[in-house]
Design a protein around this ligand. Structure first.
Ligand SMILES: Cc1ncc(COP(=O)(O)O)c(C=O)c1O
Length: 301
């Protein structure tokens, strides 16, 4: 146990709030055995789950991609489960600021092997919530150091754009980054183009252009990425999606990562060399503020 934020007291498992200490799941659960599952992470302000429809749509898309049958009405049950869990955790009030994880596995299917042995077993659905911990101040004042992972992404891999619980590649990349003193890793495609970071999409600022790897570059179609692309026009920037190189990153005026829970965080060095001035840039900080305001406003609405 560390001195971090309080541990959750409850979790939501298959429709019920239960003590977080467990036990909850069968050892036969395919999520545990094979990483055969999907998940979403999102933020909730003032008890309001930000962009919940977008996250639930992506959850269903990931389920379809793995042929996991989600029962009809699951979205409504998850929405109600989030409300109950935030309430139980004391995170539903006007000041509540939570990160939420929805995890769905193919279910507790007995037997061995990759193919499910029994049909008709329902997926396991879990919701967890934590108070949001603000990023370490240095992440905003100094920015993040990122390093290219040795793991390459294949844009033709049908699973690459799904949010599956098979996260060993991502864990490995994060450990690699830590070994070289970086805060995060950036994946490149097999042809050496920029893809994404381990839990975030990547943006570059070049003059009045806000550039990000295209959906074809083996990325998760991030909800925050969509928000930033829509925001660019309002901020007087030209949004572009394309094939970007490590040189583009190294030579950008600014770069940043974006994701639902952490929001927008500056990248100030790549593979040990400064990006731009080596300090968080003005466009990045404006984008961060716009994203935080969006979350605050959707919580107040
Ligand atoms: C690999 C990866 N890319 C991108 C993102 C950003 O997606 P979103 O903005 O929907 O949180 C995430 C979020 O967890 C992620 O895991």
């Amino acid at each position: 146990m560390t001195g971090g934020p309080p541990e959750p007291r409850n979790v939501w498992v298959d429709g019920r709030l239960v003590p977080a200490s467990g036990p909850h799941l069968s050892v036969t659960d395919r999520g545990f055995q094979l990483g055969d599952g999907i998940f979403e992470t999102l933020r909730a302000r003032g008890g309001h789950a930000t962009e919940l429809p977008e996250h639930l749509l992506r959850l269903r898309h990931s389920a379809d991609g793995l042929d996991i049958d989600l029962p009809p009405g699951l979205e409504e049950r998850i929405a109600a489960g989030i409300r109950d869990l935030l309430e139980a955790e004391g995170l539903a009030g006007p000041d509540g600021d939570a990160s939420i994880r929805i995890t769905v596995s193919r279910g507790a299917i007995p037997g061995r092997g990759l193919l499910p042995t029994v049909a008709g077993i329902p997926p396991t659905v879990v919701i967890q919530a934590w108070p949001v911990t603000p990023p370490p101040p240095s992440h905003l004042t100094e920015g993040l150091h990122v390093a290219a992972s040795t793991i390459r992404r294949d844009p033709e891999n049908p699973l690459v754009a799904l949010k599956t619980t098979s996260r060993a590649d991502y864990v490995h990349a994060r450990l690699e980054a830590r070994r070289v003193g970086a805060d995060d890793a950036v994946f490149l495609t097999i042809d050496g183009y920029l893809s994404e970071a381990t839990t975030a999409n990547v943006f570059l600022v070049r003059g009045d252009e806000l550039a990000t790897p295209a959906l074809a570059c083996a990325i998760l179609p991030g909800t925050t990425r969509s928000l930033v692309l829509a925001w660019a026009g309002r901020a007087g920037l030209r949004a572009t999606e394309g094939w970007l190189t490590t040189r583009d990153l190294a030579e950008a005026d600014e770069a940043f990562l974006c994701s639902s829970v952490a929001g927008i965080l500056p990248i100030t060095s790549f593979d040990g060399r400064p990006v731009g001035t080596g300090r968080p840039g003005p466009v990045t900080l404006r984008a961060r503020e716009a994203r935080e305001a969006f979350i605050r406003d959707s919580g107040d609405a």
